[in-house]
Design a protein around this ligand. Structure first.
Ligand SMILES: [Zn+2]
Length: 199
């Protein structure tokens, strides 16, 4: 097991197949689990639905970040849940760059330890940036994927502004955080909604 760092675990299913070579989630109360074998009574992995290159890239990311798809959703929808020892993901079939980005976005929520934390727009921005960086590794972060990502993040920002007690100040914090690649139109949407929701 030379590919396993000291504080990671190898997890195998009761049927002997490997669930994951590195599960950080198994560390509890800040104590490393150590490089050891864990046996998990969990269902076999779902076969990945979709086609290459998106399915192959997804398989690579799931293995690398120890996540598993436990269910397929309709287009545009994903979720991340901890079903220890599984870092579970639900996402649409892997048929295009956008579906792959949704899978990577859900992996990001596990990887960036977002569970239970607040400030939705920051989490969503972080998850999208992480996802785009992963798709870049496969040369799959096309213009339409980036466009989808930007609209998704701005949509979350607008929703957060609608709930804010000080929307103009929040809009300014958002504008300080948006990636340089975002369009002036997106910035204007954030600015404008900061004013609309002024109380
Ligand atoms: Zn998300």
């Amino acid at each position: 097991m030379t590919d396993v760092a000291d504080n990671w675990s190898v997890v195998v299913r009761l049927d002997g197949t490997r669930l994951c070579s590195r599960v950080r989630s198994l560390r509890r109360h800040g104590r490393p689990a150590g490089a050891r074998l864990e046996v998990a009574d969990v269902e076999p992995a779902l076969p990945l639905v979709g086609h290459d290159p998106f399915r192959a890239a997804a398989a690579d990311l799931l293995e690398r970040y120890c996540c598993e798809v436990v269910g397929w959703t309709e287009a545009g929808v994903g979720s991340a849940t901890n079903l220890l020892p599984i870092r579970a993901i639900r996402c649409p079939p892997l048929i295009d760059g956008i579906s792959l980005k949704i899978l990577a976005h859900e992996i990001a929520h596990h990887e960036l330890h977002h569970a239970g934390r607040r400030t939705a727009w920051i989490q969503e921005l972080e998850a999208e940036q992480w996802a785009i960086a992963r798709l870049d590794e496969f040369d799959l972060a096309t213009a339409s994927v980036r466009q989808h990502s930007e609209s998704y993040v701005v949509g979350h920002m607008v929703r957060s502004l609608g709930k804010s007690s000080d929307a103009p100040a929040l809009a300014q914090r958002m504008l300080n955080r948006v990636p340089e690649s975002y369009t002036e139109e997106s910035r204007e949407t954030v600015r404008h909604n900061g004013e609309i929701y002024r109380r």
